[in-house]
Every structure is written in structure tokens, then in C-alpha cells.
Design a protein around this ligand. Sequence first.
Ligand SMILES: *[C@@H]1O[C@H](CO)[C@@H](O)[C@H](O)[C@H]1NC(C)=O
Ligand SMILES: *[C@@H]1O[C@H](CO)[C@@H](O)[C@H](O)[C@H]1NC(C)=O
Ligand SMILES: *[C@@H]1O[C@H](CO)[C@@H](O)[C@H](O)[C@H]1NC(C)=O
Ligand SMILES: *[C@@H]1O[C@H](CO)[C@@H](O)[C@H](O)[C@H]1NC(C)=O
Ligand SMILES: *[C@@H]1O[C@H](CO)[C@@H](O)[C@H](O)[C@H]1NC(C)=O
Ligand SMILES: *[C@@H]1O[C@H](CO)[C@@H](O)[C@H](O)[C@H]1NC(C)=O
Ligand SMILES: *[C@@H]1O[C@H](CO)[C@@H](O)[C@H](O)[C@H]1NC(C)=O
Ligand SMILES: *[C@@H]1O[C@H](CO)[C@@H](O)[C@H](O)[C@H]1NC(C)=O
Ligand SMILES: *[C@@H]1O[C@H](CO)[C@@H](O)[C@H](O)[C@H]1NC(C)=O
Ligand SMILES: *[C@@H]1O[C@H](CO)[C@@H](O)[C@H](O)[C@H]1NC(C)=O
Ligand SMILES: *[C@@H]1O[C@H](CO)[C@@H](O)[C@H](O)[C@H]1NC(C)=O
Ligand SMILES: *[C@@H]1O[C@H](CO)[C@@H](O)[C@H](O)[C@H]1NC(C)=O
Ligand SMILES: [Cu+2]
Length: 570
Amino acid sequence: MKIFLFLLALVFAFLASSLVFAGTVEHTFKVQNMTIKRLCNKREIVAVNGKFPGPKINIHEGDTVIIHVINNSPYNITIHWHGVFQLFSAWADGPEYATQCPIIPGNKYTYKFKVTQQEGTLFWHAHTSVLRSTVYGAFIIQPHSNRFPFPKPYKQVPILLGDWYDANVVDVENEALVTGGAPNSSDAYTINGLPGDLYNCSKNHMFKMKVKPGMTYLLRIINVALNNNLFFKIANHSFTVVALDADYTNPFETDIIVIAPGQTVDALFTANQPIGSYYMAASPYEVGVRDFANITTRGIVVYDALLSPQLPIMPSLPPFNDTPTAHRFFSNITGSVRAPHWVPVPLNVDEHMFITVGLGLERCDPSNVANATCLGPFNQQLSFSMNNESFVIPKGRGLSMLEAFFNNVSGVYTADFPNNPPVIFDFTNPNPNLNTNLLFAPKSTKVKRLKFNSTLEIVFQSTSLVGAQNHPMHIHGFSFHILAQGFGNFNSTTDRAKFNLVNPQRRNTIAVPVGGWAVIRFQANNPGVWFVHCHMEDHVARGLDMAFEVENGPTPSTSLPPPPADLPKC
Ligand SMILES: *[C@@H]1O[C@H](CO)[C@@H](O)[C@H](O)[C@H]1NC(C)=O
Ligand SMILES: *[C@@H]1O[C@H](CO)[C@@H](O)[C@H](O)[C@H]1NC(C)=O
Ligand SMILES: *[C@@H]1O[C@H](CO)[C@@H](O)[C@H](O)[C@H]1NC(C)=O
Ligand SMILES: *[C@@H]1O[C@H](CO)[C@@H](O)[C@H](O)[C@H]1NC(C)=O
Ligand SMILES: *[C@@H]1O[C@H](CO)[C@@H](O)[C@H](O)[C@H]1NC(C)=O
Ligand SMILES: *[C@@H]1O[C@H](CO)[C@@H](O)[C@H](O)[C@H]1NC(C)=O
Ligand SMILES: *[C@@H]1O[C@H](CO)[C@@H](O)[C@H](O)[C@H]1NC(C)=O
Ligand SMILES: *[C@@H]1O[C@H](CO)[C@@H](O)[C@H](O)[C@H]1NC(C)=O
Ligand SMILES: *[C@@H]1O[C@H](CO)[C@@H](O)[C@H](O)[C@H]1NC(C)=O
Ligand SMILES: *[C@@H]1O[C@H](CO)[C@@H](O)[C@H](O)[C@H]1NC(C)=O
Ligand SMILES: *[C@@H]1O[C@H](CO)[C@@H](O)[C@H](O)[C@H]1NC(C)=O
Ligand SMILES: *[C@@H]1O[C@H](CO)[C@@H](O)[C@H](O)[C@H]1NC(C)=O
Ligand SMILES: [Cu+2]
């Protein structure tokens, strides 16, 4: 009998390890104030379950995720599962007033969705105001079979690269919206919430990673910073990039990672250097931004050995404006066509869009702002736009955009987002000889309607009217192929020849080259309203957004199901 039970146990153990059944992963997120010391001060931040960074969600592909969000914070909250396709579950996507009204203080909402057709590194974050500054965590999708398309790493280590405000971040944003100028910059960068010893009072707030000599680690690197691209290095070690935004790539050898807000990079590194300790470090990559924290965050990689360690070695990081290094990283990585979940590039395009993205102005309205003069360029207010439409989030209209879509309610948004910019000019000329009237884009809430399953190609063209800046464009609900990218104005005659239709990288956030363009393509196979926006948080509130309204398919199983009963009301 004992032998029999033992054998039975063996059989079950075998089944459990080789056959993985789709499961359910359930968590409760209590969003609440938390007192924390960073830099030299104690501060109240908003955080989940008293943890900063917030809890890691670790699931397998195919799992159903149920997260009960209880808002005990003083602010409205929603949570976005950044990069999760939300196939036929748009109600769980999260951006405030796009797919749901916010969860007001004292209320709750349960996010429920199934994660399929994707695996790798994603993250979750608040999608109300600028609260994602401290309300974030890793969202890791393990392969269903636990098998990676590369040798199994010894350990997986999330590396959340963030930033830290030595002030209440909501006050910082609101102050900027009132003055019309740029918000105060963050005060530090962080690795897993820790600034590291180059900052004051932070010697004991440094991320430490112990490694075993000869072992290979999978770093799951996520840029959660509000407004900064980052360079990342480990002294004397190189990386093999194996995935971007939860999509496998061909192995790419590099000693530097470049990552924009909203992006992730999966990189292997082997502890193959002389026993000792080595700093890992991140510093900003910024163009056209006057004010940003200009100090490196660092953590330390320590070889687990009894020998007394040498002084740690510091990597040398590029200058903050090193666009060639950024472009080399961003443009050279290709998708792995043999890896799980590879999607071939759709070859027949149904809709072509050419979308300008960039900085402009909004007229200073003394009755609306604190002052007769605003603090933006030309004493006006900063504003951002796409195709000269500066998006206004439809707050105060009683319904989210997705509810308006589902119930056929008009008056929340209009479906006339233009396919092309209204004026063609020398988009990337830094000193255009133009009428300043060009700088003022109208405020509107426009979406682009797409047929179910149609294929869309977009040229994102950045503009330099008031100044060239980086814009990491994020599309909810989809990953897209990046066919080509370059500098200057996109030329449809010569640049189409550069399209990679065979093995382009696939991402959910494209860092449009500063003063340049990028071309993407995807199939709109998911009905709902999908927010599209720059992942520089300051650009979101000022209009660098739009949305896709993807129509239902022909059958109930290709249509958006009704909303959950507990969907928050406005
Ligand atoms: C939470 O923190 C905010 C910001 O510091 C503060 O205004 C608020 O009073 C705090 N609320 C509670 C319940 O502690
Ligand atoms: C922003 O920075 C200015 C200048 O340092 C400071 O006076 C102001 O209080 C800051 N704003 C916030 C909200 O911290
Ligand atoms: C108001 O304008 C004055 C003068 O231009 C400036 O010094 C001050 O900082 C402004 N205050 C606000 C809140 O924008
Ligand atoms: C550390 O504090 C000193 C004195 O307040 C200040 O001058 C310096 O800029 C601070 N350094 C950092 C990295 O914040
Ligand atoms: C680390 O790299 C530097 C610069 O390449 C080199 O001089 C040094 O010898 C290396 N240190 C170790 C411990 O390998
Ligand atoms: C950033 O700091 C570096 C070195 O401390 C300095 O050379 C550079 O000019 C600074 N950049 C900005 C934009 O402040
Ligand atoms: C990457 O792209 C750059 C152009 O930005 C090119 O010069 C370089 O040779 C490419 N290859 C690698 C492996 O970096
Ligand atoms: C919305 O309109 C569509 C198409 O006209 C229709 O099929 C659907 O039943 C309508 N939905 C509601 C809730 O009225
Ligand atoms: C944007 O639209 C406004 C209002 O129609 C117009 O005055 C302006 O010239 C346009 N600018 C551009 C860059 O298209
Ligand atoms: C949508 O496209 C997919 C793959 O491209 C195809 O398998 C599916 O049948 C299409 N569905 C409809 C309703 O057209
Ligand atoms: C595109 O490039 C071709 C070939 O260099 C050139 O003749 C044409 O003028 C360019 N078009 C634009 C819009 O710049
Ligand atoms: C919070 O959400 C409610 C309901 O949508 C809204 O009325 C209120 O204005 C929101 N508060 C803020 C500060 O956005
Ligand atoms: Cu932007």
C-alpha cells in the first residue's frame, strides 16, 4: 500500500511538472498611504499592500488573473496591466475614463482577465493622474510549459528602474498644470525602489544581487520611471537580450541596455568575471528636456564567495544625450520567428495612418491659471498633440469611453481622429520659419474607428516645432511590429524600402527616435476602446493621446462581453 501511494505521488509529481494546467491566480491589492524614508526624508506615498515597489505578480501563460483592488488611498485609482492583450476583456484594462471610471477612495473593483498568446516581462501600474510613480510592480508571465526558447536561467531577477520624487508627486503634476510649465523633475533614479549610494542618506538603500560564479541569470528589466529613458549597465559584464516587451527576440549581445518608460527588456547575463563585486547602474537618456535628475542610481552585483571582495567596479555610462548609442540598441534587435507566440507581419494593410507626435502650446488663459503669464514657452502653456489634436480625457461626462462604446452613447468622444496631419511642414526642422499659429492645437476627444481584424499601419512622425523630445508611444491591447525607424522626415518613397517584413521586433511601446519617425503595424483583433499615448507621464495629461475604437467581430465570441457588475460608476 505504501509503495502504491508512493508511486501514485510520483505520478502526480510527474504530471504536475510536465503538464501544466491553466490555473487561477488571485490577489488582493490594498492601495493605501505608506510612510517611507528615501533620500534624507520621510514621506507619505501611495503604495499597494504596504510594499514599494508593489507585489510581483507571477503567473503562467493561460492563467486567469483575479485582482481585488481596494482603494484606501486619498486619490482616485485604477490599475493597468501594461502590455497584457486583454483579449475580449477590455473592462479590465484600467486607464481612467478610457475603459472605466476610477475607483474612488473607499471603493473597490475586481480586475479579471485571462492571459494568453504572450509570455515574458510586463508590469502593472496605476493609470490615474501620476500615481504610477509609486503604484507599480512586475507582472511576469512564465511559459506555460516552463520551457524558455534559450537555456534555462539559474534565477530570474526583476529589475525595476524607476524614479523618486522628494515631494508629493500629485502636487508636482498639479502645480505644472496650473502654471502651464514643465513639472519639477524627479530627484533620484531607483533600482527596485532604491536610489543607491551616490545619493545622500542612501548608503543602506542600495539594491544588492548575489550571484554564483558561472551561473546565468535572467534579468527582467522594466522602466517604470515617469518621464525618463534610461541607460543600464553592469560593470565588466555583457548581456544577451532575449525579449522586448514580452516578445522573444533573436539573441542580441550588448554591454548596454537602453529602455524607455513603458518598455521591458529580458536580458541574460552570466557571472563569468573574476570573483568580486560590480556595480549595476542606470543613468538618464534625455534630449530636449532642460531639467532632469542628473545622478546615476546604482546597485551591486556580488559574487557569492568567501574571498574578501575587491572594491566594486563602476561601469562607465554614456553621456545623457547619446542618441547614437540609444539608436543602436533600439534599432538592431530582431524578432525570433521560431519562438513561441511569434506573429508573422500582416502583409495586407487595410488602413494607413501618418501621425505627427510632439510638443506645442495651449493659449495661456489667465482665468484658468494661477498667473497672467504661464510658465511654458512664449509665456503660454505646454501642450502636446497627435495630428494636431490635443487629447482631453473625457472626465465628468458620466461614462467611460468603453461604456459609451458598449452602450452606443454619443457625446463622450467622436470617431473623427484624422488619418493625416492637417498641415504638412518640415516636421523635424529644429528652426522652422513658421507662423506661430501653427503651434496651437485644438483640444478634443477623438478616436480612430477600426473594423474588427483590420490591419493598421502607422507612421509616427515626431515634430520639432517647439523642441524635439523623446516620445515612447504605447498602445493598449496590442503588440505591434516595428517595421523601420529613422531620423528626419519619413519619406514614403525611400523609407518603405527599409521595412523589415520578415523578423522585425514586436513591442507594445515604441521609442520614436527623437527628431525622427517609426513605422508600426498590427491587426485590430480585439474589440474595445484602446488608449494610445506617450508613456512620458507629463505628456499624457497635456494631450499626447488618442484611442482606437475597435468594432465587434461578426459573432458573440468576437464581441466585447458586457461589463462586470462591479465596474465603478462616475
Ligand atoms: C495620505 O497621504 C496624503 C499625502 O501626503 C495626505 O494628504 C493624506 O492626508 C494622507 N491620508 C491618510 C489617511 O493618512
Ligand atoms: C517645484 O520646485 C520649485 C523650485 O525648486 C519649488 O519652489 C516648488 O515648491 C516645487 N514644487 C513642488 C510641488 O514640490
Ligand atoms: C507668477 O508670475 C510671476 C512673474 O512672472 C512668477 O515669478 C511666479 O513664479 C508666478 N507664479 C506662479 C504660481 O506661476
Ligand atoms: C547632498 O547634499 C548636499 C548638501 O545638501 C547637496 O549639495 C548635494 O547636491 C546632495 N547630493 C545629492 C546627490 O543629492
Ligand atoms: C573590468 O574592466 C576594466 C575595463 O575594461 C578592466 O580594466 C578591468 O581589468 C576589469 N576588471 C576585472 C576584475 O575584470
Ligand atoms: C550632468 O552631469 C554631468 C556630470 O556630472 C555633467 O557633465 C552634465 O553637464 C550634466 N548635464 C546636465 C544636463 O545637467
Ligand atoms: C546597429 O545599428 C547601427 C546603426 O545605428 C550600426 O552602425 C551597427 O553596426 C548595428 N549593429 C550592431 C550589432 O550594433
Ligand atoms: C449598439 O449598436 C449596435 C449596432 O448598431 C447594436 O448591434 C447593439 O445592439 C447596440 N447596443 C446597445 C447596447 O444598444
Ligand atoms: C492646428 O490646428 C489649428 C486650429 O485649426 C491651426 O491653427 C494650426 O495651424 C494647426 N497646426 C498644425 C501644425 O497643423
Ligand atoms: C481574424 O483574423 C484571424 C487571424 O488573422 C483569423 O484566424 C480569424 O478567422 C479572423 N476572424 C474574423 C472574424 O475575421
Ligand atoms: C523622398 O526621397 C526621394 C529620393 O531621395 C526624393 O526625390 C523626394 O523628394 C523625397 N520626398 C520627400 C517628401 O522628401
Ligand atoms: C475622482 O473620480 C470621480 C468619479 O469619476 C470624479 O467625480 C472626481 O472628479 C475624481 N477626482 C479627481 C481628483 O480626479
Ligand atoms: Cu511624449
